[in-house]
Design a protein around this ligand. Sequence first.
Ligand code: 5GP
Ligand code: ZN
Length: 114
Amino acid sequence: MSGCLFCKIAAGEIPSEEAYADEEVYGFHDISPQAPVHVLLIPRKHIASMNDASEADGALLGKLLLAARKVAAKLGIAEGGYRLVNNCGEDGGQTVHHLHVHLLGGRGLAWPPG
Ligand code: 5GP
Ligand code: ZN
């Protein structure tokens, strides 16, 4: 979608530090990391938020989670553990309106989140 920051990042029009790439999913390091590992996994297809995902996107959503698992293993945090987060909408704290999964790890993470 034109004007979407993460669509531009997935297309390589805005630089990012790649952590994962395949035909449908792109992963890159968060510009403002909240943990030693903080990677964002996005579908290359523009979906604004979880509220906008359809039944037909089910396999793609699964691929996002599996890509996160692969990145966790590659970056050495699989054994220690990690957190996958999707922020949806205003109350969820979503600031970029292109669906993404945060992969956070590399330190003990508090629960519940704020
Ligand atoms: P949200 O708050 O929507 O769940 O998460 C958006 C995330 O995108 C934030 O963690 C923020 O730091 C990250 N972010 C925003 N703009 C950029 C950018 O231009 N490059 C990268 N790598 N991350 C970004
Ligand atoms: Zn987009």
